[in-house]
Design a protein around this ligand. Structure first.
Ligand SMILES: [Zn+2]
Length: 476
């Protein structure tokens, strides 16, 4: 009798495992590089205008993703697949910068070229100004630390040029509020400046505070060095002095013609949300979230396609959703697919979702976010080492899938940088998966195109994330 029961039990175990394995391999086999690649190509196409949250291009991309979820039979969480929020954004129609540098013998003129040596900040105010350029170090005023880059410097109606960065903190200091471009831009304005040259990578960046009638652009280190050279210095030479908290601010030998044509707008942002309801009446209220940000940096003034950032993650999430829907996945916990809006503006969509998940979700069990997964042979997971159980699980899934890529990660929790952040802040386990070891080409420029995308790694990441999600959704 005992033997017969045991045989029966063993048979049942094998049967249960076999069903799971069949579903799992149907999901894995269903996630294919070719489909993902096609989808990256679609979402990074000019039809979606660089997907800046709030714009019609973004809304078009969100509705397209919702249509795909519907077509594959995934359920909306509320009446609709779209979770709305309002958002302010800036259309920068055009920007120009001409530098005139007075050297001993002559006047050197440098014209700004988009992405090569300058680019407007995508939250810039509208304005035209011709004025002398004043160098103001890191652009920081931190009275409690006895530091002010503006001390003794008259910048009223001048164009201020500053470097990104802050001096290394001393015991008990916290510079995070100061080492932030929101502080830096406002501080320049507060001191009466008429415009700003921010020495940083000249790429698209919509994440900042709009300052009315205050034109702001990013310039390359080379362009800044051309200005500084006339005074016998350079960014490289000034940084160590700034780190020693020396005041090295001075009036340069350059003037600049700076113009930004910008218009502030109010629009609607969306998270696109679909799900596979869980099979367990209790556990189905718990969600394993598979996410990616749908938005990018728009088309003002130049189209930034965002193929790697983050049409790649979107395409991976969509491929997982389709494969799971078609394989008929019914796990005890619900699996929720979310395409976040507003990531590039400061994690707006994921913050909103973490704060107010749509109704049927009572608890978010785990978040697997994918971001910039289109370049390189390997995988890097932010937060992988925070929970040893998850690290173990991810490696086990990777091995069982026979993936040969490297899987690495760190312990980082922090809130900035990627959409797992707002969940971590709420105490919800979350990671962000990136591709690594390759060239994330053309980051936030017109060069982040389908041309540079590696299809294979997206398939690997899709399979790994799907495999982990199925394990996490088991309800154990
Ligand atoms: Zn980005």
């Amino acid at each position: 009798m005992i033997r017969r029961t045991m045989v029966l039990l063993m048979a049942m175990c094998i049967w249960v495992a076999a069903v799971d394995l069949a579903t799992q391999s149907a999901v894995t086999e269903g996630i294919r590089a070719a489909e993902i690649y096609e989808r990256v190509s679609e979402f990074s196409s000019p039809a979606y205008e660089g997907r800046l949250t709030g714009t019609t291009g973004y809304a078009r991309a969100a509705r397209r993703a919702a249509d795909l979820f519907r077509e594959w039979g995934l359920a909306p969480l509320s009446e609709d697949y779209l979770q709305e929020f309002s958002v302010r954004y800036t259309e920068v129609r055009q920007a120009s910068l001409t530098l005139r540098i007075q050297t001993e013998s002559r006047e050197e003129v440098i014209e700004g070229e988009y992405f090569s040596n300058f680019y407007p900040l995508n939250f810039s105010g509208h304005g035209t100004v011709a004025a002398p350029v004043v160098f103001a170090g890191y652009g920081l005023s931190a009275p409690e630390y006895g530091h002010d880059d503006y001390a003794g410097l008259a910048v009223t109606d001048k164009i201020v040029m500053i470097i990104k960065g802050a001096p290394p903190p001393r015991e008990g200091e916290d510079w995070t509020v100061y080492d932030d471009h929101r502080f830096r831009t406002a501080n320049a304005r507060r001191h009466g400046a008429a415009g700003l040259l921010y020495i940083y990578r000249p790429v698209a960046n919509p994440n900042g505070d709009h300052l009315e009638n205050f034109p702001m652009v990013q310039i390359s280190t080379e362009m800044a060095d051309a200005v500084l050279k006339a005074s016998g210095t350079s960014v490289e030479a000034l940084k160590p002095l700034l780190n020693l908290r020396r005041n090295v601010s001075f009036v340069t030998k350059a003037t600049a013609d700076l113009a930004v044509q910008a218009e502030r707008r109010l629009g609607t942002g969306y998270n696109v949300v679909a799900f596979l309801p869980g099979s367990d009446p209790e556990r189905q209220k718990e969600a394993v979230v598979i996410g990616a940000h749908l938005d990018h940096t728009g088309a003002w003034p130049v189209l930034t396609p965002g193929a790697d950032d983050n049409a790649s993650g979107v395409a991976v999430v969509l491929a997982i959703a389709r494969a799971m829907a078609q394989a008929g996945v019914r796990s005890p916990r619900s699996i929720v697919f979310v395409l976040f809006g507003g990531e590039e503006m400061g994690l707006l969509g994921s913050r909103r979702f973490a704060e107010r998940p749509p109704a049927p979700i009572q608890k978010i069990h785990f978040v697997l976010n994918t971001d910039m997964v289109g370049a390189g042979p390997d995988i890097f997971v932010l937060g992988l080492k925070k929970d040893p159980r998850f690290e173990l699980l991810a490696n086990r899934v990777k091995d069982s899938l026979g993936l040969t890529c490297r899987l690495e990660g760190n312990e980082r929790i922090g809130s900035s940088g990627a959409d797992h952040g707002p969940f971590i802040e709420k105490g919800i386990p979350a990671v962000s998966v990136f591709s690594s070891g390759g060239d994330h080409h053309g980051y936030h420029t017109d060069q982040d195109t389908i041309y540079w995308i590696t299809p294979r790694i997206m398939e690997d990441i899709g399979r790994l994330v799907a495999g982990c999600a199925l394990e996490l959704a088991r309800g154990e």
